[in-house]
Design a protein around this ligand. Structure first.
Ligand code: ZN
Length: 291
C-alpha cells in the first residue's frame, strides 16, 4: 500500500522565537517570545526530519545524565523548528472542549483529574496573561490580541476554537510536560527497535514487556477531508502537533522499506534503508572502530 500520507497536507503554526519563562509558582514554561512572528507550515513535507529530531530530543530526555540547560536548549530548538506541540488540544477527549462547561481527560501523564472546568483547564496553558475568555452556555468568545492571529483565524475558519487559541502568543507549555512527551516518544520507538534487534537474546518475559509497552502507545485517530487541488489531496485534521508526531512515528515504525536505527557510536536515531545499519555516518563508524 502506498504511504497514506503521500498526497497529504496538514498545518501547524510556529513562531520564529520562543523563550523559557517561570510563572508565579516557579513552574518553567516555553512560550513565544515578545516580538516574535507566527508562520503556518505543513509538517507533512519534512515529517521524517521532524520525527528524527523529536526522537533525538526524547533520547536526551530519557538519559538521566543530560543536564537541564542542555535539555532546555534541545527542546527550544525543536519548538523553534516546529512549534509547541499542542497539549491543550491533544489531552482532552475532544478538541472542541471549549463548547462544554467541563473538560474530560482520558488517562494521561500530565493531569491526574478526570474532569476540570474549562476555565481551570485553560489556565494550565495561559500562566502569564489570563486569556480573556467569555462563556455563556454554549456560546463562547475570546479576544484576539494579535493581528496575525486574527488573520490566521480567517484562514483556518473550520479549525476548532481551542486549536486557534493555542496559536496565540500568550499560550505556553510546561517544561516537565514536554520532557515527558518527548521521553514517551523515544520509549515507544525503543520498545519496537530493541524488540527486533535483540529478539534472539530476549527471554519471553522481556519480549512481553516490549509488546505491552508498544500496545500502550496509540491515540485517537485524526479526521480528514479531501480537497480537489491540482491532484486530489487528503487534508488531515490532527488538531495538535503531538498527534501528528505520534501518527508519523507509528507510520515510520511500521514502514518495512526503511528503518529508524540507533547509531552505535553517538547514540542518535537515524534512518537507513539497511535493516542492520549500525552507524549514522562514516565518521561514526570509523570513530567506533578506532575506539
Ligand atoms: Zn552517529
Amino acid at each position: 500500500m502506498n504511504n497514506i500520507f503521500k498526497n497529504a497536507s496538514s498545518y501547524w503554526v510556529k513562531y520564529n522565537k520562543y523563550e523559557w519563562r517561570t510563572d508565579k509558582d516557579n513552574v518553567l514554561f516555553l512560550t513565544p517570545a515578545d516580538g516574535s512572528e507566527l508562520k503556518m507550515y505543513n509538517p507533512m513535507v519534512n515529517y521524517k526530519d521532524m520525527i528524527l529530531e523529536a526522537l533525538n530530543v526524547g533520547i536526551a530526555c530519557m538519559n538521566k545524565d543530560t543536564d537541564k540547560e542542555e535539555l532546555k536548549n534541545k527542546i527550544l530548538d525543536f519548538v523553534q523548528h516546529y512549534g509547541l506541540i499542542g497539549f491543550m488540544t491533544a489531552l482532552p477527549t475532544t478538541p472542541d472542549f471549549i463548547t462544554y462547561n467541563d473538560v474530560y481527560l482520558p488517562k494521561n501523564h500530565y493531569i491526574k483529574k478526570e474532569r476540570l472546568s474549562t476555565k481551570e483547564f485553560l489556565s494550565c496553558f495561559f500562566p502569564f496573561e489570563e486569556i480573556d475568555f467569555v462563556k455563556k452556555k454554549l456560546e463562547s468568545s475570546w479576544s484576539v490580541t494579535d493581528a496575525s492571529v486574527g488573520a490566521l483565524i480567517l484562514t483556518l475558519k473550520n479549525a476548532p476554537q481551542a486549536v486557534l487559541m493555542s496559536f496565540q502568543k500568550e499560550y505556553a507549555e510546561r517544561f516537565d510536560w514536554l520532557i515527558n512527551a518527548f521521553s514517551d516518544l523515544a520509549f515507544t520507538f525503543f520498545s519496537s527497535f530493541l524488540y527486533y534487534q535483540d529478539f534472539d537474546v530476549l527471554d519471553e518475559e522481556q519480549k512481553d514487556l516490549y509488546r505491552k509497552g508498544m500496545a500502550a502507545f496509540g491515540s485517537v485517530a485524526p479526521t480528514y477531508h479531501i480537497e480537489l487541488r491540482d491532484t486530489p489531496v487528503i487534508i488531515w485534521e490532527f488538531n495538535s502537533l503531538l498527534l501528528q508526531i505520534q501518527m508519523m512515528l507509528s507510520l515510520m515504525i511500521t514502514d518495512t522499506d526503511s528503518a529508524i536505527r540507533v547509531c552505535r557510536n553517538c547514540g542518535k536515531a537515524f534512518i537507513s534503508r539497511h535493516k542492520n545499519a549500525g552507524y549514522c555516518s562514516k565518521e561514526c563508524r570509523d570513530e567506533f572502530k578506532n575506539r
